[in-house]
Design a protein around this ligand. Structure first.
Ligand SMILES: [Zn+2]
Length: 284
């Protein structure tokens, strides 16, 4: 744990659970091959709407056969606070049916059901992925920056009572529908363990690579403007490089010419000696 003062002079960087959002894309096969070559496990969070045609569905079946875990990222990638309980839960259910079908097609057992909200909007808008008041005060600024740097914020309005209820209702729905929290024992950040995050059924993140900021559509409009900025972000993150906890790292499938960026970032992690950890697979 983090208080083993003096045990080692120089700690090895912590392990990474790699999560890839917004699959499949035209380049999923290439990404799967790249990760396989480097022996890097990952969870792919898929959009149901992108798996409706045979060709893209086949890419996900192929990823399953290569040992990757496929998880749910809703159907149409819409914001929960905008579309509400009924629409979002039916989208999640619809996508899960497609994912289950892909596992059947691959002829492999289904892993635990994992889910990540599009835009990290868990019901209270993108600015409030979690109730920051549940985070230990010393870590609050860090956690707020972690989430606010990684999403497109249109408003920072404090969640309404109705939104808080929506968040709760969807958590309960996820639990009732067999979704499981992702809480590896080596994920020991105080701000994670002591906040509402440790109880969340959906999967959040502990580090965002902000890879999407370098896609043509976003380039130059956000704080990180080139690959060196993203390396620097990794190097200077106070928790990523020094904490002894593992991490849930967010990257994206190549929806917008981002595969080169993805490859560079992963290579950088490898060169910095980060270890990519195996995600819980087919059986618990
Ligand atoms: Zn997404």
């Amino acid at each position: 744990m983090s208080d083993n003062v003096g045990m080692t002079l120089k700690t090895k960087p912590p392990g990474i659970y790699l999560t890839i959002d917004d699959s499949p894309s035209p380049h999923t096969d290439e990404l799967v091959d790249f990760l396989s070559t480097h022996n890097i496990p990952a969870i792919f969070f898929v959009r149901g709407s992108e798996m409706e045609n045979e060709e893209s569905f086949a890419k996900i079946v192929r990823a399953i056969k290569h040992g990757f875990v496929i998880a749910n990222h809703s159907y149409a990638h819409e914001r929960t606070s905008q579309i509400g309980f009924k629409s979002q839960t039916s989208q999640i259910a619809k996508t899960q049916t497609i994912i289950d079908h892909a596992y059947d097609k691959a002829g492999l057992p289904k892993p635990p059901r994992y889910f990540r909200f599009p835009h990290l909007d868990r019901g209270c808008g993108t600015a409030w992925p979690i109730d920051f008041n549940t985070v230990p005060p010393d870590d609050r600024d860090f956690v707020q920056t972690l989430f606010w740097n990684g999403v497109r914020l249109e408003t920072k309005a404090v969640p309404t009572v109705a939104e808080q209820g929506l968040k709760r209702d969807i958590q309960n729905w996820l639990k009732d529908n067999g979704f499981q929290k992702f809480s590896p024992p080596d994920l020991t950040h105080r701000w994670w363990v002591e906040s509402e995050l440790s109880e969340a059924i959906d999967i959040l993140i502990t580090y965002s690579t902000s890879d999407w900021m370098l896609t043509p559509r976003h380039l130059g409009r956000w704080p990180y403007k080139n690959i060196n900025d993203l390396y620097e972000k990794i190097k200077t993150d106070p928790f990523l490089t020094s904490a002894q906890s593992s991490h849930i790292v967010l990257m994206h499938d190549d929806r917008e010419e981002s595969l080169t960026i993805t490859k560079k970032l992963i290579t950088y992690f490898i060169n910095q000696n980060f270890e990519f950890l195996k995600v819980t697979g087919a059986t618990e």
